[in-house]
Design a protein around this ligand. Structure first.
Ligand code: ZN
Ligand code: ZN
Length: 249
């Protein structure tokens, strides 16, 4: 599968955008993982086909991960989409997106010319939808967040959303070819966020092919760029993507 980074930053990062990836599976299925404030403009800067997107995965209900949904849905409608769009996330994702859309564009939900299908995916109920396997795991975050293992039959991706890895995260990542993981700071200063050292442990334990560090705190990323670069250089499994980076799993 191919991964395109639409954004790699945290909520307030004006330079790197909100963290979001666009996945194209080996079978050509398009999955957007998270859709924060800055994501729709970035997505539509290169997307010209309103029918291209098959799935959206929402990791949790912080604005930098889902407040782009109203604009995404509006713009797909404006471009003439007719194909159903499946939105996956933890229990209640349908209600949350529906209410957010109604706040942003009152009454607009009824006008959509394409069906929006909501699928609840919880850690205890792995799902197989549209030829893809979705398996979730809860991370340690201030808002309930689910990391996702996406399996297209030939490759496995782990996408963390936000939060420090739980024991279940390490178990899922061990099965994956590539992981995209939040690393807010160098060390575990924040109890509800991941870190670069925490990701290094995941790499060491799991012998991953690649782990992409995202959602770095913006001041830390800027002021300790040399330290971060030194860690990347010393660890061939780690990648520090920017907007527009593509990785192949
Ligand atoms: Zn976030
Ligand atoms: Zn969050």
């Amino acid at each position: 599968m191919e991964i395109l980074f639409l954004g790699v930053g945290e909520a307030c990062d004006p330079e790197h955008g909100n963290t979001s990836i666009q996945v194209v599976t080996s079978g050509g299925v398009h999955v957007l993982c998270d859709c924060g404030f800055s994501v729709p403009h970035r997505y539509f800067a290169s997307c010209t086909d309103p029918e291209e997107l098959d799935f959206v995965w929402i990791s949790h209900f912080h604005g930098d991960h889902f407040f782009g949904m109203p604009l995404l849905l509006l713009r797909l409608w404006e471009m003439g989409r007719t194909k159903p769009l499946t939105i996956c996330g933890q229990r209640g994702v349908g209600d949350k997106i529906t209410r957010t859309l109604d706040l942003a564009f009152p009454g607009f939900g009824a006008k959509l010319a394409y069906p929006v299908v909501y699928e609840d995916i919880e850690p205890d109920t792995p799902r197989r939808i549209g030829g893809l396997s979705f398996q979730a795991v809860q991370t340690v975050h201030s808002e309930r967040n689910l990391g996702l293992m996406l399996d297209d039959g030939t490759g496995r991706l782990y996408y963390s959303g936000d939060g420090r890895p739980s024991q279940g995260v390490a178990e899922l990542i061990r099965q994956c070819d590539i992981a995209v993981h939040e690393a807010f700071m160098l060390n575990d200063e924040f109890p509800s966020h991941g870190s670069i050292t925490g990701c290094l442990e995941l790499v060491r334990d799991c012998r991953l092919c690649k782990l992409a560090l995202v959602h770095l705190e913006r001041k830390f990323r800027r002021e300790q760029a040399d330290v971060i670069e030194g860690i990347i250089q010393a660890n061939p499994h780690l990648v520090l993507p920017v907007q527009g980076t593509r990785l192949i799993a």
